[in-house]
Design a protein around this ligand. Structure first.
Ligand code: MTE
Ligand code: MO
Length: 361
């Protein structure tokens, strides 16, 4: 009975779904958090803001659900007579969940502890992926299918709405706290990325995905090929890379930093005009000397740049010398460095996801 209990306690009791519902909700919430986390890497225009909000709100709701869960299973951990082999997995899972949420919270407050090898946000991403794996393994050790009776439709809908709204309100409150306390989080972009100020090669990090770190490109042997579904394929030597356009564009890396730079280089629209794409052409693929590659719809590619310079400097090797893609409005991982081939195509390139991840190995 709830009589005699305090109001917050009664609210918590009302909010708490049945044990099985808690377990399944955690399962679904973790998948939603991981899914929205991955999705958040794909866009950076204001329209994408909802994805970032959702990710943060689900993450915070998860804290409450895990609280319910831990309160229920506490005795299995504190009483050593109840330990089983699967207890070790459960404990790792709980710790990983705490670390994932903890690194996320530290990040939104704007703190970016320096780590060897990793950017701090990448640690959050890695922990989140580990969490999904551990959770699936854990689910297999104690699988109970969800049942209708665990979910009273009206009450469950109310419970989840309250949880999600509470998550969103907490997030908003956290932002207010950021601006009141003037934490570094106050200056974050909508993607959560931290500003790197200054201009030119030295003013922002060199970031390569996983294992993509080639030797400096041999400029005397270098050739940029523009071919594929075109009538007049073209090859340009290093000396022929004549910059004909400048543009200001913001590079925002998923490891959590961004920079605004003036980029100078070859206008891709003019390059495409020169090679005369076929009628059926729909995409343009940019391929690095390392095999790393990305494709853009041809209309979007026309507005992009193949940069030879940044902030007045000739690109340093780390930033993609002799030439790199500048794709305004796209996240950093799509800005292919050390481009050696521009290929006009009649379809997209779904395999680029894999090629990008394994490139360099
Ligand atoms: N060939 C190649 N291009 C690449 C990468 C890479 O690993 N290989 N990393 C991408 C990522 S994740 C980002 S954020 C930007 C970083 O550019 P920068 O190193 O000049 O800062 O380059 C992109 N282009
Ligand atoms: Mo990146």
């Amino acid at each position: 009975m709830s009589s005699g209990r305090s109001a917050p306690r009664r609210l918590l009791d009302w909010l708490r779904p049945s044990p099985r519902a808690v377990d399944w909700s955690i399962f679904v919430a973790v998948l939603l958090a991981a899914g929205s986390g991955v999705l958040s890497f794909l866009g950076m225009r204001p329209a994408w803001l909802g994805v970032f909000w959702f990710h943060r709100a689900v993450g915070l709701s998860l804290t409450v659900l895990i609280g319910f869960k831990l309160a229920r299973v506490r005795h299995r951990l504190t009483d050593s007579r109840q330990w089983q082999t699967s207890t070790a997995l459960s404990v790792s899972l709980a710790l990983t969940a705490a670390a994932t949420i903890g690194t996320g919270v530290i990040w939104v407050f704007g703190f970016t502890p320096e780590l060897p090898y990793f950017h701090f946000l990448s640690l959050h991403v890695g922990l989140g992926l580990l969490l999904v794996v551990l959770m699936v393994a854990h689910q297999r050790t104690r699988f109970r299918p969800p049942r209708r009776v665990d979910f009273d439709r009206r009450r469950t809908t109310m419970q989840y709405s309250v949880l999600l709204v509470a998550g969103a309100v907490t997030y908003r409150g956290q932002q207010l706290l950021n601006s009141l306390l003037k934490t570094p989080g106050d200056e974050r972009r909508l993607t959560g990325s931290k500003r790197e100020s200054g201009s030119g090669n030295g003013s922002f990090p060199v970031t390569s995905w996983v294992a993509d770190s080639p030797e400096p490109v041999d400029l005397s042997a270098y050739e940029l090929t523009v071919d594929g579904a075109v009538d007049q394929p073209l090859a340009l030597a290093y000396e022929d890379l004549d910059p004909d356009r400048s543009t200001a564009a913001l590079l925002d890396c998923t490891s959590g930093w961004y920079t605004e730079q003036e980029w100078r280089g070859l206008d891709i629209g003019s390059l495409l005009d020169a090679v005369e794409p076929e009628q059926a052409a729909t995409h343009v693929r940019f391929v690095s000397v390392t095999g790393y590659r990305w494709s853009l719809p041809i209309e979007e590619a026309r507005d992009c740049l193949l940069a030879t310079h940044v902030g007045g400097d000739r690109l340093a090797h780390g930033h993609g010398r002799p030439i790199r893609l500048v794709a305004p409005g796209r996240r950093g991982f799509q800005w292919v460095k050390w481009v050696e081939r521009v290929e006009v195509r009649t379809h997209g390139d779904p395999a680029q996801w894999l090629a990008t991840l394994v490139s360099g190995f």
